[in-house]
Design a protein around this ligand. Structure first.
Ligand code: DIR
Ligand code: MN
Ligand code: MN
Ligand code: MN
Length: 304
């Protein structure tokens, strides 16, 4: 498979800086090498830069103009990159998905393929410019991509992902307005308790079956804070009680087996907060699992 690496060093979606180093941390952790070793051909398009615009800042919103600049640039880049293969958008904070999700969805729409989104995150990122209490726009991309109103100044969406074609797994921090906005939209949201009670595989399987049934495209957005901070400390918005390393790998391995994933975001890595690069390495290892790395071939595991 052709894998297209795209660096998106945007750091404007919240106050704490450091995510701009994410793309180079993934490169340093050997993302290209890991995927090449799996038999893929890997190209690196380098880093994207934000478009200029003259959108005025708004009180209560953090870096609105720059975020919109990244959104327009990444929408365009995503549409180009996905023509060449499976893009991996190396963030950068989660505001990058304001551009990548509508971009890949536009490509799917051209092909008359329904676009699905799997959101692996402690947060639902379902605030709008009107509901956000923090003003941090990394908390808004899923609301935007699913066509919620309240995004004045943002570009018109080239394609909307219907909320019923999205699935969030890993939730443990959802604001009240997000919960109210999501209710009744058909977004599938699974919190950590759901993982505890039924196991992550049982949550993911029916969603993947829905994607497969209609020949959908599947964008996966992996926020570092999906994983428990004990294993993935390099993120500014840690929430205790997250997915284990194995739960995260199982999701990736199931995605690989399904053959459904068409694009991937790796977001919110802040290398300044890392312990000797372990979080960057874990994210690279998860991407490798999603793209074919395995210990034994399945379904017949053998003993050594
Ligand atoms: C909170 C935190 N819901 C907000 N969000 C995120 O600021 O909107 N933290 N995404 O990572
Ligand atoms: Mn997020
Ligand atoms: Mn096309
Ligand atoms: Mn998050």
């Amino acid at each position: 498979q052709n894998i297209v690496l795209v660096g998106a060093p945007l750091d404007c979606g919240k106050a704490r800086k450091g995510c701009l180093m994410g793309p180079d941390a993934y490169r340093t952790a050997g993302i290209a090498r890991a995927l090449t070793a799996l038999g893929h051909s890997v190209s690196d398009l380098g880093n994207v830069a934000p478009d200029a615009n003259d959108i005025p800042e708004r009180d209560g919103l953090v870096n609105l103009s720059e975020t919109i600049g990244w959104t327009t640039a990444l929408m365009r880049t995503a549409q180009e990159a996905i023509q060449q293969g499976l893009p991996i958008f190396m963030g950068g904070d989660h505001a990058l998905s304001l551009g990548t999700v509508p971009g890949v969805a536009a490509h799917a729409a051209e092909q008359n393929r329904p676009q699905f989104v799997l959101w692996l995150d402690a947060h639902s990122d379902f605030n709008t410019l009107e509901t956000t209490a923090s003003g941090n726009l990394h908390g808004t991309p899923l609301a935007y991509a699913t066509g919620q109103s309240g995004f004045d100044g943002f570009p018109a969406l080239p394609a909307i992902v219907p909320p019923s074609q999205t699935c969030i797994i890993g939730l443990r921090s959802v604001d009240l307005p997000e919960r109210e906005l999501m209710a009744g939209t058909g977004v599938r949201g699974y919190d950590m308790r759901a993982i505890d009670e039924s196991g992550v595989a049982a949550l993911l399987k029916p969603f993947l079956a829905d994607v497969a049934k209609v020949g959908g495209a599947l964008h996966v957005s992996l926020d570092v804070d999906f994983i428990d901070p004990a294993y993935a400390p390099a993120v500014g918005t840690t929430v205790p009680g997250g997915a284990t390393v194995r739960e995260a790998h199982l999701v990736m391995e199931m995605l690989c087996d399904s053959g459904l994933m068409t694009s991937l975001d790796l977001v919110e890595l802040n290398p300044m907060l890392d312990e000797r690069g372990r979080t960057a390495q874990l994210m690279v290892d998860l991407a490798a699992s999603a793209l074919g790395r395995r210990i034994f071939d399945r379904p017949t595991p053998r003993m050594i």
